[in-house]
Design a protein around this ligand. Structure first.
Ligand code: NDP
Length: 316
């Protein structure tokens, strides 16, 4: 048995950011500065952390960014007005509505109000449809060469696989989870990259039967350590999308037996972040993405890339 290869999301993301910064510089020579507007509604601490790191990364790469922070009480109509203004502005190439939104606003209506050419999250039905119809599989343009703004997390998964030279065509890929933002688009991209794809979810019967056949297993369900060693094929590539906060000491020890660094981190913070795949499964894999430091690291890099793609398509 060979040692499992750690797929370092932080290093891969750094490579993508360097490429994006170079593209931003060359757009700059043509007088174009890509611009991203991020809308953060209300005071959601977790969302604020995400938004701040998006804005910070824009600054590092030379992308103009603007953070709009309407209060929790904003109505759907007021949000629609805000989005319409951003749609009309030529200096804004990307519009991102940080989710989740307060329950009184109509999230679907707002996502559909974003100009599809500025939809850097790839959540607009037009872009979701293009992903299916135009064979986009994770590079910056679709088969037809048209603008492809694809959801950032699945696009990041494809970048990890490609940049790590993991063969996709002809392989069995199993995706756990069928959300609109991760599971479904990840499955579409893997189909477009010629994998044989199975999607499992909470109603799947005998789920391990499928996971054990996977050459590439993508876990995006939000259940700490759900995928155990018995559920994976030795040598498989394991992509762990899950971000789960564990606050129970015994559970942490179960994840990382005898791991003093994790125990110290837990003692300091009262919680640790773990994925959907148990580390014991990583141990028998061929390659795996760690949590943290795997897929999560790619999400912002792909957002930056989408912003530049949108700027080039609109103004480049
Ligand atoms: P959702 O909650 O929207 O979807 C979860 C999916 O998992 C659903 O399809 C659900 O099935 C399925 N599921 C839940 N429990 C089980 C189970 N016991 N067995 C089989 N399937 C199950 O989550 P997201 O897709 O938004 O996120 C998934 C995970 O990825 C979360 O941990 C989230 O934090 C993380 N995430 C990480 C990102 C990153 O940047 N790394 C970005 C986005 C998410 P059903 O449809 O039947 O209910």
């Amino acid at each position: 048995i060979t040692t499992p290869r750690l797929l370092d999301g932080i290093a891969i993301a750094a490579g993508i950011k360097t490429e994006v910064a170079a593209e931003v510089r060359s757009l700059g020579l043509q007088g174009v500065t890509p611009g991203l507007a991020v809308i953060l509604v209300g005071n959601v601490a977790a969302s604020e952390i995400y938004v701040r790191s998006k804005v910070k990364t824009c600054g590092e790469l030379g992308i103009y960014s603007e953070m709009l922070t309407p209060p929790d009480s904003i109505t759907t109509d007021e949000m629609l007005e805000l989005i319409a203004k951003l749609n009309d502005r030529n200096d804004i190439d990307g519009i991102l509505i940080q989710l989740p939104l307060p329950s009184h606003v109509d999230t679907r209506r707002l996502l559909e109000a974003v100009d599809p050419s500025k939809d850097v999250d790839g959540f607009h039905p037009i872009n979701a449809g293009r992903l299916l119809a135009e064979g986009y599989s994770g590079s910056t343009s679709s088969k037809s060469g048209k603008l492809a703004l694809a959801p950032c997390t699945p696009a990041g998964i494809m970048e990890i696989l490609r940049r790590s030279d993991i063969e996709i065509a002809g392989k069995n890929a199993v995706v756990l989870g069928r959300s609109d933002i991760v599971g479904k688009p990840a499955a579409s991209m893997l189909i477009n990259a010629s994998a044989t794809v199975t999607v499992c979810h909470s109603r799947t019967k005998d789920l391990a039967k499928y996971t054990r056949e996977a050459d590439i297993l993508v876990a995006a369900i939000g259940r700490p350590g759900f995928v155990t060693a018995e559920m994976v094929k030795p040598g498989a590539t394991l992509i762990d999308v899950g971000i789960n906060r564990v606050t129970d000491a015994a559970e942490v020890e179960g994840f990382f037996p005898g791991n003093e660094a994790r125990a110290a981190l837990f003692a300091k913070r009262g919680s640790v972040v773990v994925g959907d795949i148990h580390p014991a499964a990583f141990a028998i894999s061929g390659a795996y993405t760690p949590v943290p430091g795997g897929v999560g690291a790619l999400t912002i890099a792909m957002l930056m890339q989408n912003t530049v793609t949108a700027a080039k398509a609109r103004r480049g």
